[in-house]
Design a protein around this ligand. Structure first.
Ligand SMILES: Nc1ncnc2c1ncn2[C@@H]1O[C@H](COP(=O)(O)OP(=O)(O)OP(=O)(O)O)[C@@H](O)[C@H]1O
Length: 634
């Protein structure tokens, strides 16, 4: 237990001990000592410390020590109330991009950033004047003034997890934004938020003391530490303890909160300074439409997905990054299509665009993008579209560690899909989740469904992810490098499972991999991508022998098989992929191609189909390579 370890550190022990003491005094102080704190002793006005009055009396002869103890409750209550206001408002504002979309969210965060730039005390004074003097006004003022900092922290933390696959999975399942926030985002950022709240409460204590001291906070006859300090200030030269006593209480309580927060932060490895997690630029987003007449949902019968001229562009300060540059293909019902290519060739971007998981500022454009008869480029709310797609499209992500929300049990996460889409009761949805876990060969599914993701092995998590896709009736499963993070034996099991699922459900499969042998084993057809384009399409069984594009042949040669001469160094493709923000004229592969000539460097080859329907984009398609097998150089 990391929380328990906090108490083993001196800082944690002192802070936590002090905090418990302060809270006990806050709860029981008024009950135990209110009488002694309010007794007026006219014979002892403004008396100094004595055996009867440890830190003296005030101008009505009331015992200051007991007044400080009794004031603990109001002081702590105000600090906690203000922190709660800051936190709730901060979470709402910080989650704005998630709740109301990127564009409106950016406006909100812009305003938040301006407010963060203001000195905190200035904001407090501003709000205190607006809400009026008194405890309630002060609590609102301190709460509101603290909200921007929380908003920024919350925004940063949410941005840090919004790329996680379990958030994407929830989006694909069509879960509402509010539910994603409450169920998937907040539980995963709770630790740093609570640690920061603890420390903010310490800061709020000081601010309240300042406000009351200035006469803007608590008003007589109520009193908090600040009010006591203000009263004591009048006689500071004759009776300094009257002001020092409550001052020391503020410092001790502030220390208690801050030390406890620090100790928890250290134990949980949390950076309490906001702004350490940078959001990635690409986010889940609506698509944009180009062209007009071609956008009607005119999929051929038997075609589950039809894509024409898909483009994904990421805006950048200088040149936009053209991650996908006009991809056209179709998948028939039940067919398995593989996408191969080196890292950065645009495979994942294509998949994310198909799953409607790309958001502004990244632009998705296509002449035609139809899934299951639904025009995905049609105007309309992408969220409601995703909701409709929810059960017919399943996505399996690369990293089984991030596919599930770590704070929820696996069964309920699967069940969420059925509760949301099929309106099943909690019990019925859970039963279906158990059934689906059984279908993907998770042993003891009833017990496993009640376990947390960390109790699953990587392969089992990946099976469970496939099981989640099967909660609906998927017509297409998009699997983006589903086995990359797994060891070889488990890889095979997951691939076999995908094949079985396909056979049993009739779902089509789009399998993305940089591993040529994986797609040749599992798929019917292969799309080879390079620099954001499809450069070749052919039956998977022909990939090793009949590939015509020099790039495809180089990819194949780079994978050793039983006939590879292991006495020679393994083949690699010479050179580096192009920078997608600076696409050269002509063929993007020309600089690395042993066959390239001036024509290749000047004119971009079109993707052309032959009589068999295979496609290749190369001026030199099928030509013999210059040296022995050697588009490949060691
Ligand atoms: N957030 C981003 N910001 C800038 N460029 C990006 C971002 N995400 C992707 N890209 C660029 O877009 C191009 C396509 O990326 P994509 O992830 O689709 O490639 P990939 O073929 O799936 O690669 P990998 O196999 O490594 O996942 C790459 O050049 C990549 O650098």
């Amino acid at each position: 237990m990391r929380a328990a370890r906090v108490l083993l550190r001196p800082v944690g022990l002192v802070g936590f001990g002090l905090l418990v003491l302060v809270l006990l005094v806050a709860v029981f102080g008024p009950v135990l000592w209110d009488g002694r704190a309010t007794v007026v002793d006219t014979g002892n006005l403004l008396a100094g410390p004595s055996a009867g009055h440890w830190i003296g009396t005030d101008n009505l002869g009331r015992d200051l020590f007991f007044r400080v103890l009794v004031a603990t409750r109001l002081s702590i209550a105000l600090a906690l109330a203000a922190t709660a206001i800051s936190m709730v408002l901060g979470i709402v504002l910080g989650a704005a991009p998630l709740l109301v979309g990127r564009r409106a969210g950016r406006l909100v965060m812009g305003a938040v950033n301006v407010l963060v730039a203001f000195p905190g005390l200035l904001l407090v004074l501003f709000f205190a004047v607006i809400f009026g003097v008194g405890a309630r006004g002060a609590a609102l003022a301190v709460g509101l003034a603290g909200a921007p900092a929380f908003a920024r922290l919350c925004h940063t933390l949410i941005a840090g997890i919004s790329e996680r696959d379990y958030i994407a999975a929830a989006r694909i399942a069509g879960v509402s934004r509010l539910r994603i926030l409450l169920r998937h985002a907040l539980p995963n950022i709770a630790q740093p938020l609570i640690v920061n709240a603890t420390m903010a409460a310490g800061g709020a204590l000081l601010t309240f003391a300042g406000l009351s001291f200035l006469g803007l906070g608590v008003q007589a006859p109520s009193y908090d530490w600040g009010k006591l300090m203000q009263d004591g200030l009048n006689g500071i030269y004759v009776h300094p303890l009257a002001a020092l006593g409550p001052g020391i209480a503020v410092i001790l309580a502030g220390l208690a909160f801050n030390l406890t927060g620090e100790a928890f932060a250290a134990a949980f490895g949390i950076d309490v300074i906001p702004g350490v997690v940078r959001p990635r630029q690409v986010r889940n987003t609506p698509g944009k439409i180009r062209g007009s007449g071609a956008t009607t949902a005119s999929a051929d019968a038997g075609t589950v997905l039809s894509v024409e001229d898909l483009r994904v562009t990421i805006p950048a300060a200088r040149n936009p990054i053209r991650a996908v540059r006009g991809v056209t293909f179709a998948i028939r019902d039940g067919e398995a299509v593989g996408v191969v290519g080196e890292s950065g060739s645009g495979k994942s971007m294509t998949a994310l665009a198909l799953a409607q998981l790309i958001e502004e500022p990244t632009r998705v454009e296509a002449n035609h993008l139809v899934f299951g008869g639904e025009d995905l480029m049609a105007a309309g709310d992408p969220e409601s579209r995703r909701k409709r797609l929810g059960t017919s499209l399943a996505v399996v992500f690369q990293d089984p560690m991030t596919s599930f929300n770590p704070v929820h049990r696996v069964g309920p996460q699967l069940a969420e899909v059925s509760r949301f889409h099929q309106g099943l009761s909690r019990r019925a949805a859970f039963a279906r989740a158990v059934d689906r876990l059984r279908a993907v060969k998770v042993r003891e599914p009833e017990r496993r469904a009640r376990q947390y993701p960390f109790e699953f092995s990587g392969g089992m998590r990946q099976r469970a992810m496939i099981g989640m896709g099967l909660m609906g009736t998927p017509r297409l499963i998009i699997a983006d490098e589903p086995t990359t993070a797994l060891d070889v034996t488990v890889q095979r099991q997951v691939l076999e499972l995908l094949t079985e699922v396909r056979r049993d459900t009739g779902a089509a499969l789009l399998l993305i991999s940089h591993d040529v042998s994986v797609v040749t084993d599992v798929c019917d057809r292969v799309l080879v991508m390079y620099a954001g384009r499809i450069v070749e399409e052919l039956p998977a069984q022909d990939l090793r022998t009949l590939a015509r594009h020099p790039y495809t042949r180089a990819l194949v040669a780079a994978v050793p098989d039983m006939e590879t001469d292991l006495t020679k160094p393994l083949a690699v493709i010479p050179g580096l992929p192009i920078d997608p923000s600076r696409v050269p004229p002509g063929c993007a592969f020309a600089a690395r191609c042993p066959l390239a000539d001036d024509h290749c460097r000047a004119a971009e080859p079109r993707l052309q189909a032959d009589a068999a329907g295979n496609r290749v984009a190369c001026h030199k398609a099928g030509q013999a390579l210059p040296t022995d097998t050697a588009e490949v150089t060691a």
